[in-house]
Design a protein around this ligand. Structure first.
Ligand code: ZN
Length: 497
């Protein structure tokens, strides 16, 4: 039997504290591709869609792919942007008589008119396709999975890596579960256990720490005939909504009690290890001091500014770390990105090789990560900001930083961009003429994803908290909607029974 399957990718990780609203332009600055054009762009890369298509090819599905769209993490998604992208998916679902619907969502989308953005996508699709059509979703483990999402989708499967490098694999796993469901072999539903925490202690990192054992236990539990997927979500802390934080999901069938009991054992472990933080979050001054004394014989020192990660909705224009590096006289270094469209544009009107003085960064909200920095330097290059990734996450995918420039200031090559993006890939430096492997020090904005491409070239990795919007000092953020008590805002709380 030839199954007809509707597919779509629509994702956003919303930082509700971010002042920058997520409108249509924000999605266009990320990517919006329709139908076959999306397939052409994403078929050969590490994407959920590629995994869906792998399964579709193997089983001879007839796939109708509506669109693939994502914006960089930022503020709430506007109604206009949401409906622009959601409506075509809903319309197709309503037209279709599809045997199944297969979606790639993030799971932490918040709308300017509703908290549970992913739940709203599913609600509209479910209303259009009816109760009988199975809906399967892939999720990012930084999803804040709501009850509504679990009741509307039958199958929810999260990535198992952070840095995320298993998007295609997760697409395949999810597609296979959907196939068995459409074939009438299984009848899955998803149960959810949640924790009163903003996020898992290490944001769900899977390269080291307790998540490794949890995932091994999940894989073991998946050997049961009535279990199809176990997902462990770290949650996303920068979202001031009622349903946020870590969740454990079991997509299975039959008696729910053993699945809930198993999920509770993983949740207990997440709670028990809530104080076991693996990163040492240095101040920018300490990070700069380490950089000043660093011996690069085994490779460059990588300094990750955790707090100013545009990949979690920070502005990417914090100046605290750059200021500290300049102050400490760190040379033979690169720094990126500094998000400042104004300066990037001004540099596009400057001759290459010219010395210029600019007022750089710190313009969005100086109270998070420092105000503008006046620097003088030599313009090395300008560009339209386009690059094609070649690392484990972005390999083969085209992205843009918008109008960009590289300014050399006291021995530091600074990548100045218009469109905020975290550093995931060496090409985000190399395309613009910066050679990170030859530097003593690479300062970049990312929490954990940078390790996939930069770990292999680094002599040492350190992490700092510049005080930017994604600071670990959660008490600085105006949480109003999260349920209290919640860890770590209420550090001495007991976990409710
Ligand atoms: Zn994530």
């Amino acid at each position: 039997m030839e199954f007809r399957v509707l597919t779509a990718e629509f994702s956003h990780e919303t930082n509700t504290f971010c002042r920058v609203a997520t409108d249509k332009q924000a999605f266009m600055d990320g990517f919006v591709r329709l139908g076959d054009e999306a397939i052409a762009a994403r078929r050969q890369a590490n994407t959920e869609l590629a995994g869906f298509l792998d399964v579709g090819d193997a089983h001879g599905w007839r796939i109708e792919h509506v669109l693939s769209a994502a914006a960089g993490p930022s503020g709430k998604v506007s109604r206009a942007a949401f409906e622009w992208l959601c409506d075509p998916i809903v319309a197709a679902a309503g037209r279709g008589r599809f045997d199944g619907i297969l979606l790639a969502l993030h799971g932490a989308m918040v709308l300017d008119f509703r908290e549970d953005g992913d739940g709203e996508i599913l609600r509209r699709i479910r209303a259009a396709c009816g109760e009988e059509t199975p809906i399967a979703c892939t999720l990012d483990p930084h999803a804040n999975v709501s009850r509504q999402m679990c009741s509307l989708a039958d199958i929810l499967v999260s990535f198992r890596t952070y840095p995320h490098i298993d998007m295609r694999d997760t697409g395949r796993r999810t597609g296979e579960i959907l196939h068995r469901t459409m074939a009438g072999e299984i009848a899955p539903h998803t149960i959810r256990v949640s924790l009163p925490m903003l996020e898992e202690a290490n944001g769900g990192r899977t390269d080291v720490g307790p998540m490794i054992a949890r995932l091994a236990a999940a894989t073991e539990y998946e050997r049961r005939a009535d279990v199809f997927a176990v997902s462990i979500n770290a949650g996303f802390a920068s979202t001031d909504v009622a349903e946020l934080g870590p969740t454990v999901l079991v997509t299975g069938q039959g008696d729910r009690d053993p699945h809930i009991a198993f999920a509770e054992t993983l949740a207990d472990d997440i709670w028990a290890k809530r104080h076991e933080v693996l990163n040492d979050y240095l101040t920018v001054e300490t990070a700069a001091a380490v950089a000043a004394g660093y011996d690069p014989r085994t490779g460059p020192l990588v300094i990750a500014d955790y707090a100013d990660n545009p990949g979690a909705g920070a502005y990417g224009d914090s100046t605290a770390l750059l200021g500290a590096l300049l102050e400490a006289g760190v040379r033979d270094a690169c720094f990126g990105p500094m998000v400042d469209g104004e300066v990037a544009l001004a540099l596009h009107r400057t001759e290459i090789g010219e010395r210029v003085r600019v007022v750089l960064g710190g313009k969005t909200d100086a109270s998070f990560g420092g105000g503008p920095l006046t620097v003088e330097g030599e313009l090395l290059s300008i560009s339209d900001g386009r690059f094609v990734g070649d690392g484990p996450i972005l390999g083969g995918l085209s992205r843009t930083h918008g109008p960009s420039a590289v300014l050399l200031v006291d021995g530091i090559e600074i990548l100045i961009v218009t469109i905020a993006k975290q550093i995931l890939d060496l090409q985000q430096f190399e395309t613009f003429g910066i050679e990170p492997e030859r530097k003593r020090v690479i300062a970049l904005k990312s929490m954990q994803h940078f390790r996939a491409a930069f770990g292999p070239i680094a002599g040492q990795v350190i992490v700092c908290d510049s005080g930017a919007l994604c600071t670990l000092h959660y008490e600085r953020l105006p949480y109003r909607n999260v349920p209290r008590p919640i860890f770590p805002l209420d550090p001495d709380m007991e976990r409710p029974a």
